[in-house]
Design a protein around this ligand. Sequence first.
Ligand SMILES: *Cc1c(COP(=O)(O)O)cnc(C)c1O
Length: 247
Amino acid sequence: MCSPIVSDPSTSLATPAGAVRPGDVAARLAAVRQRIEEAAARVGRSPRAVLLVAVTKGVGVELAKAAVAAGQLDLGESKAQELTAKREALGAGVRWHFIGRLQRNKVRDVVGAVSVIHSVDRLSLAEEIAERAQRSARVQRVLVQVNAGDDPAKGGCALDEARGLVAAVRSLPSVACEGLMTIPPLEADPRPTFARLRALRDDLRSEFPEIQHLSMGMSNDVQVAVEEGATIVRLGEAVFGPRTKSA
Ligand SMILES: *Cc1c(COP(=O)(O)O)cnc(C)c1O
């Protein structure tokens, strides 16, 4: 008897059973957009007030290209190296969003390469971004990431530090701070976390009118996020299926 063949999805080069193929991406995007529309309708919001970012981390170039071909021009990456590789492979016309933890020594690879950096969680990072942006005569749009669910496993500044950080970041030259981002705790109801981020945004906006965006909502909580006022949602698995690489 042969020993059973154990397939390891992290090393297999074959398409895993049930994997999403490039030809599936357009329909999956349409289904995601419909989920967003339905959630927006439930709370009387326009679905056009919600920007969909398709997260391509750990996703092959062919699937990412299929998304662009289907009109999905906003794509998200969480690692500088993968961003650089995908930018080269996909060429012009894509609006990239950087959504991962950002080290200062990677800032030079990200500033100017992306439309929005969603993950500014400390002033030293914002200062590095400002310096790089200024040197290349650009204005870099950013969001401040807040750990609104107070989850030790998640990035972002503490809720009670957010006002001070936003005030400091928005006063830097060459940086446009336009809102807030959060990732809710994995196991808990995400709604209170989203509601807290929204309340913080409303509070900040009364003082700083440019603080508009709420980047919140992923594949398994997008409807709740839209109901709670998300203006940007970041979806990976719902569009591209389960990731095979760790990302
Ligand atoms: C991976 C990732 C996403 C997408 O997650 P899915 O569960 O695949 O939709 C969104 N935001 C951030 C910050 C991520 O790292």
